[in-house]
Write a protein that binds this ligand. Structure first.
Ligand code: ADP
Length: 617
């Protein structure tokens, strides 16, 4: 019968020939991609017939389940893929499989030639070579197709991918398209069941239609994110999460989005239960996979999220991007920027909801991922305020382990208090003993404890909140509260004693001043106008070996009994060696409290001397 039919011969256009030549003869390192392209075409064809059936009742096989069948024969080295989708008419065969859909495709691919890596990426980056990628694995390809409408005819298309193709009419009872070929020797692995299964799992596992390989269904998971939110079971979502991340643990939670409007997309976003091991390299995190119409077009699509949110995992599926589009085009697409904006605010709002209503979850989240958020404060100006509201701190007003927000802090602020105060250091225990806290305790003014080393960078970057400056209580320039603004006249004895302190400590401190804020401790060390927190300085020392810590200012509490005693000793004899020992001991003691005393040997030796003197006779 087919012998009676006319076989029509078609010549590819010059541009098409060049494109095919490029695909066939380049040593492409990812030939497996042909399978993804064929599956995605089949899946498209199925979507189209599904749509057509909504309005047109006159369709071949209206009740057949929509599916993709792949059959491989390792002995014969053959491969076949069949769908019962929309199929193609005679004209469509000529026009769709025989021309390049998008102008610029050839130029783009040519410009990549000579750079294997870029060329590979251009193809693997979903560039529009689609169907023709099949010529990477086959010398001759046959397509048999019949359009879904009842009055259509069947056609066979055949080509060696060189210069021409043929079309003939055939007897075909079923609707849809079957593509088959003998694999090149270099590509015979694609006739192995397990190999094909692997590739489907890698690229097409979430295709919306069943894929049957030699009669066995191989794509287990459906496109969960296309369901309604309340129809996504947590257990299914968790399985999906584990599949895409290879994580063994369930995620902390997930967020499902279905956005319509300016940009259209669905997303299933997971918050893992653990931070990645190397959290400092947040730009290396594999985050969201981008689907266009249920077909994966880009794993880890960086443009979907700002770097500091890359700790989330999941998928975004949009109808606003063509499937076969280069990475470059995707990157600069306005749709991507819009999705990025919406995802950012949705994820931050989701976390805020946890922070408000699911405190335990938020605590677990914060323990692992707070540093990502903190990085966002300096990276994302638009979302800065939302991120700041997600921050949590310990404080003098709360029991250890309890957290406050800046908002709650400002709610408790004293009427005379102009600034928000903090003290940074490694451990709350040590911070509690810091003499600089005394003044604030006396006035019942709350001070935040910043115990995460990165806070020393992050909090100064906030600068102010709710019109209030955020300041370290270790800065000398700290504003005093109004009731303390009574000037006490400095007597000559105080001045002389301070002079002695300066002489003894001249290489060690920037200055010595009379303290207006110490309550219980005899002395304290504070930072000058340009100095940083001790915590910040410690970090800088770690990062930069040449870093020299700026000298501190010592404040002396003239009301303290020990200082008063020293003044008496000084009056009796300003050459008493005990004076120098005590001053050095006070200085080392202050360093010790901050955790910065380099060696305790001198400290202990001097203490012994002082005790010896004190116990004489
Ligand atoms: P793209 O999929 O980007 O359009 P392809 O080269 O892969 O590029 O395919 C070209 C066209 O051929 C498709 O747009 C579609 O119209 C048609 N086509 C390919 N495969 C099928 C199929 N299995 N069923 C119906 N039409 C198909």
């Amino acid at each position: 019968m087919s012998g009676e039919n006319e076989i029509r011969q078609f010549e590819y256009k010059a541009e098409m020939k060049q494109l095919l030549n490029l695909i066939v003869h380049s040593l492409y390192t990812h030939p497996e991609v042909f399978l993804r392209e064929l599956v995605s075409n089949a899946s498209d064809a199925l979507s189209k017939v599904r749509f057509l059936m909504l309005t047109d009742k006159n369709i071949i096989d209206p009740d057949k389940p929509l599916e993709i069948r792949i059959d491989v024969d390792n002995k014969q080295q053959t491969f076949s893929i069949e769908d019962n989708g929309i199929g193609m008419t005679d004209d469509e065969l000529v026009n769709n499989i025989g021309t390049i859909a998008r102008s610029g495709t050839l130029e783009f691919l040519k410009s990549m030639q000579g750079n294997q890596k870029l060329f590979d990426e251009a193809l693997i980056g979903r560039f529009g070579v689609g169907f023709y990628s099949v010529f990477m694995v086959a010398d001759e390809v046959t397509v048999e197709t019949r359009h879904a409408r009842a009055d259509s005819k069947g056609f066979r298309w055949r080509s060696t991918g060189e210069g021409a193709f043929t079309i003939e009419e055939i007897e075909k009872k079923t609707r849809g398209t079957r593509i088959y070929f003998k694999l090149k020797d270099t590509a015979k692995e694609f006739s192995l069941d397990y190999k094909v299964k692997d590739i489907i799992n890698k690229y097409s596992n979430f295709a919306d239609f069943p894929i049957l390989l030699d009669n066995e269904k191989v794509n287990k998971v459906t496109a969960l994110w296309h369901r309604k939110t309340n129809e996504i079971k947590e257990s299914e979502a968790n399985d999906f999460y584990k599949f895409i991340t290879n994580d063994f643990d369930d995620p902390l939670g997930f967020l499902h989005l279905s956005i319509e409007g300016n940009v259209n997309f669905k997303a299933l976003i997971f918050i893992p239960s653990q931070a990645p091991l190397d959290i400092y390299r947040i730009e290396d995190q594999k985050s969201l996979n981008l689907y266009a119409n249920k077909v994966l077009i880009q794993a880890d699509a960086r443009e979907l999220l700002p770097d500091y949110l890359k700790f989330v995992k999941g998928v975004v599926d949009t109808t606003d991007l063509p499937l076969n589009v280069s990475r470059e085009v995707t990157q600069s697409s306005p749709a991507m920027a819009r999705i990025n904006n919406i995802l950012t605010s949705e994820i931050l709002a989701f976390l805020e909801k946890w922070a408000q209503n699911e405190k335990d979850k938020y605590r677990a989240f914060y323990g692992h991922f707070s540093r990502f958020l903190k990085a966002g404060i300096t990276m994302d100006f638009k979302s800065r305020d939302k991120i700041i509201n997600l921050l949590r701190f310990e404080s003098t007003a709360l029991a250890p382990g309890e957290w406050t927000t800046l908002k709650e802090y400002t709610g408790r602020i004293k009427p005379f208090q102009k600034d928000i105060y903090y003290l940074a250091g490694q451990k709350r225990d040590t911070l509690e003993k810091n003499p600089n806290l005394e003044y604030f305790r006396k006035h019942e003014v709350e001070v935040l404890f910043l115990t995460d080393p990165v806070d020393a960078f992050v909090v100064p970057a906030i600068a102010d909140y709710d019109g209030k400056k955020i300041v370290s209580i270790e800065k000398k320039e700290i504003g005093l509260f109004p009731e303390d603004k009574i000037e006490r006249p400095e007597d000559n004895l105080s001045k002389s004693l301070i002079g002695l302190f300066k002489d003894v400590l001249k290489d060690r401190v920037e200055n010595v001043v009379i303290s207006k804020r110490l309550v219980e401790s005899p002395v304290t060390l504070v930072t000058g106008k340009d100095g940083a927190d001790p915590q910040m300085e410690r970090m800088m020392e770690l990062m930069n070996r040449g870093f020299v810590r700026p000298k501190k200012i010592m404040e002396v509490n003239m009301e303290h009994p020990l200082i008063k005693n020293l003044a008496q000793v000084y009056m009796a004899s300003n050459a008493n060696p005990l004076l120098g020992s005590c001053i050095l001991q006070l200085y080392d003691g202050a360093l010790l409290l901050e955790g910065d005393l380099p060696t305790s040997a001198d400290f202990v030796r001097r203490m012994t001397e002082i005790m010896e003197a004190a116990t004489q006779k």
